[in-house]
Design a protein around this ligand. Sequence first.
Ligand code: AMP
Ligand code: ZN
Length: 112
Amino acid sequence: MAGSCLFCRIVAGELSSRRVYEDDRVVAFEDIQPVAPVHVLLVPRRHLASLADLTPEDGDLAGHLLLVAARLGGELCPDGYRLLVNTGEEAGQTVGHLHLHVLGGRRLGALG
Ligand code: AMP
Ligand code: ZN
């Protein structure tokens, strides 16, 4: 599964992306179809299909994702930002590799 996963391929550098941050556990890159002036995707290097795949053993990784997302959001969107994690088809998840959207750079409307 991971071999054909779009975001695994981006993490591996097989597909190009505009990276804004990376460390040993996570990679952040610009969304290819931004819906806001700042639209960054933050993903774990390890393939996890969604939040639903997280186990208690992933607590450190989950915390790290949130901390990095908060740091990126604060740096890129000092006036405020939104974190969004679509989980499952009905929520609009289209890529089966866990990703946090970091959105900002304009006033964001209410969630629908
Ligand atoms: P979601 O709908 O929550 O699964 O979000 C998937 C996101 O991935 C969408 O916002 C897409 O625009 C974005 N996306 C799809 N392909 C790429 C790509 N090659 N590089 C960067 N972002 C992508
Ligand atoms: Zn993957």
